[in-house]
Design a binder for this molecule. Structure first.
Ligand code: THU
Length: 136
């Protein structure tokens, strides 16, 4: 699976976003180590706090299906579905990534005009709290 192919699946997932409040459509495509891909979209709520991000929807779908080993995630988003810049994962999503992923898990953010910015989880969440620390 190429980065471009994963980003294309993330863009496709933006179409499923349920965003009556913010108008920000976000799509994610999570690559499992066995090659399976799970897509996710953000889903908002009239009470606001129940809103879930695209990244977590992708993770929760994958974990429900028995996946625990992940390689990379592609994320794209923008107001009314227009990608004008990178859409970095929020802190809560970074913590969910930390639960299941190693330091070298890759986050590919798609930007305007096909630009891509890639970071590792260690870069996005340095000195994070993980299951390993919990068990020390
Ligand atoms: N959102 C995501 O889907 N992923 C993130 O990592 C950041 C924020 C969503 C939540 C909300 O529906 C919208 O973007 C605006 O914050």
């Amino acid at each position: 699976m190429t980065i471009d192919a994963l980003l294309a699946l993330a863009k496709e997932a933006m179409n499923r976003a349920y965003v009556p409040y913010s108008g920000y459509r976000v799509g994610a495509a999570l690559l499992c180590s066995d090659g399976t891909v799970y897509q996710g979209c953000n889903q908002e709520n009239a009470a606001y706090t129940p809103t879930v991000c695209a990244e977590r929807v992708a993770f929760f779908r994958a974990v429900y299906d028995g996946h625990r080993d992940f390689t990379a995630i592609a994320v794209v988003g923008g107001k009314d579905g227009e990608i004008t810049g990178f859409f970095p994962p929020c802190g809560v999503c970074r913590q969910v990534m930390r639960e299941f992923c190693r330091d070298d898990f890759l986050i590919h953010m798609g930007g305007a005009g096909g630009a891509v910015q890639t970071c590792t989880l260690a870069e996005l969440l340095p000195y994070g709290f993980s299951a390993q620390r919990h068990m020390q």
